[in-house]
Design a protein around this ligand. Structure first.
Ligand SMILES: Nc1ncnc2c1ncn2[C@@H]1O[C@H](COP(=O)(O)OP(=O)(O)OP(=O)(O)O)[C@@H](O)[C@H]1O
Ligand SMILES: [Mg+2]
Length: 343
């Protein structure tokens, strides 16, 4: 039997407040929140009528007096009030109605965010009544969660591709040796698909349809010719709904420019590496995390274009959160990685 010496009324939490999805882990309990980063707001009163999965179900079919919004954009806060209320709701859910409060919270942020953006995220969490907030760079958390040896001399590389950001990081000695953050991700692929279907099929599809097409047909490598799916939307030229058939080749064409941008950024990071570090990365390869690690052929495409060995983390969407919660068991590393952020 395991005894806990911690105060039963406080609990340490880790929050991956992503652009598209939020995961919260509680120390000793594992994942406690797994919800889309969405809120549904009553236009009239400004009240939040739903958050997370419940708000997602309203997306695209919400009544006129309800607006569904993402409080986060490109990995940072887009609307601080909505973000705070959404996180407040998620933390209440994480506590499961128990009389706990969170003494400490570790949150991930993209590398290279401005001091204003850092301040905003601290304010947001402080406003929820948390006494200690630690900010950790997303790339480092992803590497730790994916099981890479972040505190060893040997360098390792991780690419986290989420909904709004792509974090490319090379890590050694518990620090980031080289990194690049692009404010692009899966949401931009969805937009590219929407634009493509509008142009080629003259149909305006919704966000959820675009995401579904990306998931079922999308491929970063050569797609299968005969793979097709039906998409429904609003006709551009005439009133009313219309249905069209979309192929995997088309989806590949629509998202390819975004994949190229990501690969170009990976190449730039590789070019900047000192020789010993480059040789470590050559030996160890790259680990992919984030939702876009699950896009078909993403690993193969990066591997083909960089000649590196590429593997997908075991639960790529949870890697960041798993890395954050693991930091509580490594206090020296936690102190080190937060100090490195100048916090
Ligand atoms: N099986 C899948 N195939 C393709 N794409 C997927 C799959 N599963 C999730 N995605 C995409 O991954 C993206 C979300 O990834 P993730 O949850 O890592 O983002 P996030 O952490 O919220 O965003 P960010 O880290 O950029 O702030 C979405 O665009 C989603 O459509
Ligand atoms: Mg993320």
């Amino acid at each position: 039997m395991k005894f806990s010496i911690s105060n039963p009324f406080t609990e340490d939490m880790a929050v991956d407040l992503g652009t598209v999805h939020t995961f919260i882990f509680a120390r000793g309990r594992g994942m406690v929140v797994n919800e889309p980063s969405l809120v549904a707001v009553d236009r009239e009163s400004g009240e939040i009528v739903a958050a997370g999965q419940e708000a997602l179900e309203m997306l695209g079919r919400s009544p006129e007096d309800v607006e569904v919004a993402y409080p986060m954009r490109d990995g940072v806060i887009a609307d601080s009030e909505l973000a705070q209320r959404m996180l407040g709701k998620f933390l209440r859910k994480a506590r499961g109605g128990r009389a706990r409060f969170s003494r400490r919270i570790i949150l991930s942020v993209p590398s290279g965010i401005t001091s204003v953006e850092q301040f905003a995220i601290r304010e947001l969490v402080n406003g929820i009544g948390v006494s200690r907030v630690y900010l950790v760079e997303e790339g480092l958390a992803a590497a730790l969660g994916a099981g890479l040896p972040v505190d060893e001399m040997r360098a390792s590389m991780v690419i986290d591709i989420g909904g709004g950001t792509t974090s490319i990081a090379v890590i050694a000695n518990a620090g980031i040796v080289e990194s690049e953050t692009l404010r692009i991700g899966g949401l931009d692929m969805d937009t590219a698909i929407t634009d493509y279907i509008k142009k080629r099929h003259r149909i305006l599809i919704g966000e959820r349809t675009a995401e579904r097409l990306k998931m079922v047909l999308g491929s970063a490598s050569d797609p299968l010719d005969d793979h097709k799916s039906v998409a429904k939307g609003q006709s551009v030229s005439k009133d009313g709904p219309e249905v069209t058939e979309v192929s995997a080749v088309e989806i590949h064409e629509a998202i390819d420019a975004i994949i190229r941008q990501i690969i170009e950024a990976v190449r730039q990071v590789l070019e900047r590496l000192p020789p010993e570090v480059a040789s470590d990365v050559d030996d160890g390869g790259v680990v992919l995390t984030g939702g876009i690690a699950l896009l078909a052929g993403m690993d193969a495409r990066i591997s083909a274009e960089t000649r590196l060995k590429v593997t997908v983390a075991e639960s790529p969407r949870q890697s960041v959160g798993q890395g954050l919660i693991a930091l509580y068991e490594k206090p020296l590393l936690l102190r080190h990685v937060t100090r490195n952020m100048g916090l």
